[in-house]
Unconditional design. Sequence first.
Length: 318
Amino acid sequence: MTTTGTHEPELPEVKMHLAVPATPVTGTVVSTRRCTASTKSAAFVRHVAIDVSGTPLAGNFRSGQSFGVIPPGTDAKGLPHKLRLYSIASPMSGEDGQGNVLATTVKRTIDEHWDTHRLFLGVASNHLCDLEPGDTLRLTGPNGKRFILPIRPDEHDYAFFATGTGIAPFRGMVRDLLAHTSRSRIVLVMGSPFATDLLYHDELEAAALANPRFVYLTAISRERQADGSAPMYVQDRLRSHTDLFRSVLSSERGLIYVCGLAGMELGILQGLASGLPAATLEAFLSVDEDVRASPAGWERKMLHRQVRPTRRVFLEVY
């Protein structure tokens, strides 16, 4: 058990590296489906569920952790492909309720080489997306001990911010919190370029309608919102829903989790600095005096130097 300071969340000890690259385990795909809000999305993102029963991963993963996938074959140098890590999108009980089936949210990587202009296909992402039920794959893990829920989750309230496949850990965390807590308030902001790119949208909307403790907000950056308001990024929800975030974060219970594209954390921290009272902000950010008055001028290079998140902020960006 991790020892923490006053008002800091106490994190559980987790099991890690039960399966390593030298001795990976075999999982079997049980289902695969697109998880974008519409088939008209320009992105190809799939929810892939994998049976890990009979392996050390079964019953030993938590929402927020990740697992490794070792693609078959060799690279251009004739060496075996290296493993890639993928966030677990399942609650602790797994997709099956027994901890035997974990899932991930994987986006096909389809790009163009800058120099040759030849098509580039991501090795592991396309391997995962190509798999059919019954196919097997080599797995490692679990990985990660920090980006997880506290050991006593009911003692906290949560503000989750996600972009793209960064929604994966929050799908599992929200399910865990709604199933195992009765007091926690949860706000999830999901950002995407277009409404068609939203992931698990219907599922999250249904969960919010069924659970008054859970608020689900979207932030569409390249088109207007469903209510006709202007395009916005995830951090703009701190402004449009100021009272909501202040109520969730103003007590000693509040925690913040951020997962998605690198750089999003700066905008969120700037939004917190602009929208939270000074006394509340101190619980989440330690800011040097010379930059405290001008969050709009903060730069990413200041993070963890002049602008330092506290242990009540969890960042997982890539």
